[in-house]
Ligand binder design. Structure first.
Ligand SMILES: [Cu+2]
Length: 124
């Protein structure tokens, strides 16, 4: 009985820390799809339109090809994030609700800033 308790505790510890016990095969991690988005020097997101799935975890990887830009979306759970040259940022998102979300650039970046937006379509 005691051995079972110890084994269970070890399993819970592994689950909590994500560490694999020594000698055990590394658990296969589910692949999280990554979508690359570039904030361009002429104030656009490329692509300017992406499709996500509701309830599914995905990673958005932002890079800047020029200028400092920003992104934030309370609805999609994207924290206020700066996108600057040579500083790629990856944001994990799990959209809750299907719909179309237009996310404007959050940092004044140039003459095209007012029209700079990323459209996120969340499919059920
Ligand atoms: Cu901007």
């Amino acid at each position: 009985m005691r051995a079972i308790v110890i084994a269970l505790s070890a399993a819970m510890l592994v689950a909590a820390t994500g560490a694999a016990p020594i000698g055990a095969a590394a658990p296969a991690k589910p692949a999280v799809p990554v979508i690359n988005i570039v904030a361009t020097a002429d104030q656009k997101f490329a692509p300017d339109h992406i499709v996500l799935r509701a309830g599914k975890r995905q990673t958005l990887r932002f890079t800047s090809a020029g200028g400092v830009h920003g992104i934030v979306s309370k609805e999609l759970g994207i924290p206020s994030t700066m996108i600057a040259p040579d500083k790629p940022v990856s944001i994990s998102v799990t959209p809750k609700k299907a719909g179309t979300y237009k996310i404007p650039c959050a940092i004044m970046c140039g003459p095209g800033h007012a029209d700079m937006a990323l459209t996120v379509v969340v499919r059920p």
